[in-house]
Design a protein around this ligand. Structure first.
Ligand code: PLP
Ligand code: ZN
Length: 424
């Protein structure tokens, strides 16, 4: 594993060798995995990745600090990532945009973006011989861990808040994880998980704590880079979209809770830039729910101190009192010329309905990115020529109760033609 050099603290810059630390820096800061970029640059070209047969995130294995996960070849674990990018011409027009794409992370094996993180953490757990993996989760991280662990016969324990959406809890149970519902918030589950991991010697996947979640999440950036490269090829353009096109850079909208997804995507782009394969890093726009906006608050206030809020939003996947990856998430927008936006639950529900009308079924946190894009356009943070991509981070089937709030109920009629006529 010569490509995996160790870790660097995102706060104090202290460096560690791979075996010296497992989770966070002695100062409490989150760790970035460091790769041997010069060695990778010498050994690989973009085409080594762009034309590989593996469609999953393991296509980028040389840039991921684990070995290939064992046990089986086409298990859900091995199929994480490789999600499609679709074009949304009608929604583009409706919002006065020339280009609007959606990367559909609901197509991951357990139907959310979290599969990327869990796949890489499970691979890491196998490598270090961990017997049990544990995570705190609002639902999706747990479902992803439970599913990926089940795929390779690894034991998983999940702590989730007891009011997580039933579909997510069903996933945890069906995947055979040990599910413990906590009478409290996600933040309570988070702290309890770390205590339990220390007490019982379990390997902890917690978001914004275990450095390998970011290593999985960054693979979405690699795929977006590959998409823009292929698009350039198809359309015979001379510039990639990540270079200025009509002075515009690709602008990416990401929903933000703990801040680990947007931080991971930022890291992925930074690595491609360091490898010399990406000219300009896309602009990263973070979108939070108004009722759970600790990171957006810091972004607007300036500085890097993240103050907890008392989170209240129907978008459960991004409902977080104290974001665990807030600082890197603030930097992701600041360093790329991006922004943070906040949207109300009503705007999130409207976004579910709008995406639904073009055939995309998003859970509330997934639709949040679209709601933020609509707001950014209204505020002229993007203009009609800006190439825009939104991320749908999770499937609408994850939270049917919220979906039903986004639409009018269906009428119930007697089974007669007359009744149909009366209705129409
Ligand atoms: C976890 C999650 C997010 C937010 O990711 P963070 O890393 O917590 O910012 C967004 N959408 C969905 C569907 C998620 O499950
Ligand atoms: Zn530190």
């Amino acid at each position: 594993m010569s490509k995996f050099l160790g870790y660097r603290c995102s706060l104090c810059q202290k460096e560690y060798l791979p075996g010296q630390v497992q989770y966070t820096c002695s100062c409490g800061g989150n760790l970035d995995v460091t790769l041997d970029i010069p060695a990778l640059k010498k050994k690989y070209q973009p085409d080594d990745f762009l034309f590989r047969e593996d469609a999953s995130l393991w296509r980028y294995l040389p840039l991921i600090p684990t070995s290939f996960p064992k046990a089986g070849e086409d298990t859900p674990l091995h199929l994480a990532g490789g999600t499609p990018v679709i074009s949304l011409p009608r929604l583009a027009k409706q919002n006065g945009l020339e280009h609007l794409w959606l990367k559909d992370e609901s197509r991951n094996p357990t139907a959310s973006f979290k599969d990327r993180a869990s796949a890489v953490v499970v691979a890491r757990a196998q490598e270090i011989g961990a017997e049990v993996i544990v995570t705190a989760s609002t639902g999706n991280a747990g479902a992803a861990l439970a599913g990926m662990a089940a795929a390779v016969g690894q034991k998983a324990v999940i702590f989730a808040p007891k009011n997580a959406p039933p579909a997510k809890i069903a996933q945890l149970l069906v995947f055979g994880a040990k599910v413990i519902l906590v009478d409290g918030s996600y933040d309570d589950a988070f702290d309890l998980t770390i205590k339990a991991a220390n007490e019982f010697g379990w390997y902890c996947r917690n978001t914004g704590y275990n450095p390998f979640t970011l290593e999985g999440k960054k693979t979405a950036a690699y795929e977006i880079w590959a998409f823009t490269r292929h698009l350039m090829g198809r359309k015979g353009r001379t510039q990639e979209l990540t270079e200025p096109v009509n002075k515009e850079r690709l602008t990416l909208f990401v929903s933000v809770g703990d801040g680990n997804i947007i931080s991971g995507i930022h890291k992925g782009f930074k690595e491609l830039h360091a490898l010399g394969w990406l000219g300009q890093i896309p602009r990263l726009m973070g979108v939070q729910a108004q009722g759970s906006a600790a990171i957006a608050n810091t972004f607007q206030r300036g500085g890097e101190s993240i103050l907890p809020v008392s989170a209240q939003t129907l978008a459960d996947s991004i409902s977080v009192d104290l974001p665990r990856d807030g600082i890197r998430a603030v930097r992701a927008a600041r360093e790329t010329g991006g922004e943070y936006l906040t949207v109300s639950d009503a705007e999130i529900l409207a976004a579910i309905a709008e995406l639904g009308k073009v055939g995309v079924f998003a859970e509330p946190a997934g639709a949040t990115a679209y709601a933020g894009m609509v707001k950014a356009k209204a505020r002229q943070l993007i203009n009609s020529e800006t190439p825009v991509m939104i991320l749908n981070t999770g499937s609408g089937l994850k939270d049917v109760r919220a979906a039903m709030q986004a639409v009018a109920p269906a009428p119930v009629i007697e089974p007669t033609l007359q009744a149909v006529k009366r209705l129409l």
